[in-house]
Design a binder for this molecule. Sequence first.
Ligand code: UD1
Ligand code: UDP
Length: 373
Amino acid sequence: MKPVRVMSVFGTRPDAIKMCPLVLALEKDSRTESIVCLSAQHREMLDQVIRRFGVKPDYDLNIMKPRQTLYSITNDLLTGLEPVLAEAKPDIVLVHGDTSTCFVAALAAFYAKIPVGHVEAGLRTYDRYSPFPEEMNRCLVGRIATLHFAPTELNRENLAREGLTENVVITGNTVIDSMKYTVREDYRFENEVLASLDFSAGRYVLLTAHRRENLGEPLRNICRAARRLAAEYPDLHIIYPVHLNPAVREIVYAELGDVERIHLIEPTDVVDNHNLMAKCTFVMTDSGGIQEEATAVGVPTLVLRTETERPEGLSTGILRLVGVDENVIHDTAAKLLSDRDFYDAMAHAANPYGDGFASERIIDAIVAWKENN
Ligand code: UD1
Ligand code: UDP
């Protein structure tokens, strides 16, 4: 059989982190031929990841604009992909997760009548505006896709509820594949600020927040809670790698720019980030991917959102939804810092998101599907 031509289209940091291990596995497997097309919806934050994994793109649409909108991303990517798909003629296009790149690439492939494989399929909050626009993106890609790679049984059930039962494979999440290689006991940070910190003295918390729903007052609340915690606990260091979105940076630097023991740093390299999580007392985040990673590492995590599409981590007790109210965030974090029993009840590793072999399962499913079609 001729190798299956698999084109992976991605372009934001989280999609790259979760697609790169799969791309490397596709490159190694003689049954597949890998083609990579970057949308570059993100630029610096994407390049940081593909450099680390050594992935070489075949196409780079370079669409990112400062303060881009959902309209400009959609427009630039859809028209940019038309000639790429016509030239590369892949047997299947792989998209990841719930970003605009994911949805638009699936739509572009559909217009070219090329089957789509959805990696990280079946996550749902059932609130079309939260996360926005990601929840709708996932639902729409679910309709378009031919192959659905669901990380967990719960994700499979979500798809079944929408009548999607064919070509659904439970694979685990590819992020766990990459964590097998990144977290190390003797790790030395690349980031200069992280390399200069003494993690054996004091307590360290990782904070990240960037979601569209949190821009404005919710993000200010998160910052105010962090500020109060730093003032109340003299041994506490809060490390916040600030997303490059200017709408995030304006608020975060204004609220936290001058606070002792709050370290505002540039977005960390993914390997730094995984190892940082492993060294932290706890994490506070509105990120999707960090919820999965924190669960695997076993570090208690306060989710700065009112919902999550990753309830498996809540069931393990490692994640806790705290929303975006300043007092609730502050009080729950303060309890983690002062109540040992409360902390211990959250701090234990679990792996609801996979065993680190998602990429292999995805490739086997693609090859089996191609043999029958
Ligand atoms: C996007 C995804 C979101 C994901 C997040 C991960 C959509 C609609 N949203 O949101 O699901 O959680 O990525 O981080 O797909 N910027 C840079 N350099 C970069 C990256 C971003 O300067 O490397 C700035 C640009 O000004 C850009 C802005 O950030 O216009 C926003 O980027 P965008 O991709 O539109 O939104 P995110 O909030 O990053
Ligand atoms: N991450 C990183 N550096 C950072 C912040 C996050 O490498 O400064 C990684 C993190 O470990 C996870 C992914 O980026 O793998 C999550 O991306 P993000 O929070 O931007 O997006 P989401 O998962 O919310 O869509």
